[in-house]
Design a binder for this molecule. Structure first.
Ligand code: IMP
Length: 202
């Protein structure tokens, strides 16, 4: 099965630019939902990150006829027994903004000022859905900061400080984040696999 073009099954501009950066090494034509104005809105109803990524990739493959790449990401906070996890986008309720989710997170950890106790990890699963389906995983460990720091990135970036780093993701350049991030790791695995699929077309 050769692959020459794909559609990214996300409307999140932060994710789209991270995908584009890392996929630039593969000779693939990249489409986004903006190219398909009637594309599906996919409800994230699965119980796992992989299940949700699969739902999004399959829906966009079926709508466009192109192979699709989707990711689902969760932030697991140890003091909250792994929450918000698969519910990270809806932590402060359905329709919550990133800012509302971050405020709730910092509020729930307010009674735990000891930095070492505020361990957390981002987990990403990327699913490719074409004639075949493949899943790629990536994890990034770190700490939840006491306050928001930095104005880059998106989502929980300004409250997440990766292990062995003095800065949050939001204080890093896009390339610095991609090098160590959950999505960067999963995407490099996906890219290596996709390169082989592209070569089999050539
Ligand atoms: P989803 O994968 O789009 O469902 O994202 C789940 C939640 O995690 C949303 O609130 C996103 O804003 C957030 N999120 C996803 N990826 C990242 C990231 O790389 N950094 C910070 N927040 C993220």
């Amino acid at each position: 099965m050769g692959v020459t073009s794909i559609v990214l099954a996300t409307r999140n501009q932060g994710k789209i630019s991270e995908f584009r950066r890392l996929l630039s090494s593969v000779s693939l034509e990249i489409h986004t939902p903006e190219d398909f104005p009637n594309g599906p809105e996919v409800a994230e109803t699965a119980a796992t990150l992989e299940g949700n990524a699969r739902l999004k990739a399959q829906a966009w493959r079926d709508h466009t006829g192109l192979p699709a790449l989707a990711d689902d990401t969760g932030l697991e906070v140890d003091l909250l027994d792994g929450r918000p996890g698969v519910l990270s986008a809806r932590f402060a309720g359905v329709g919550a903004t990133d800012a509302m989710n971050r405020t709730l997170l910092l509020e729930q950890l307010r009674d735990h000022p000891d930095a070492a106790s505020r361990t957390a990890r981002f987990r990403t699963v990327i699913v490719f859905a074409g004639e075949v389906e493949e899943a790629f995983h990536g994890v990034c460990d770190g700490l939840i900061t006491p306050h928001e720091c930095g104005d880059g990135g998106f989502g929980y970036d300004c409250v997440f400080q990766p292990t062995a780093e003095a800065r949050t993701f939001a204080e890093m350049t896009a390339d610095e984040k991609n090098l160590i991030s959950h999505r960067g790791k999963a995407l490099r695995r996906a890219t290596a696999w996709l390169s082989k699929m592209v070569e089999s077309e050539e």
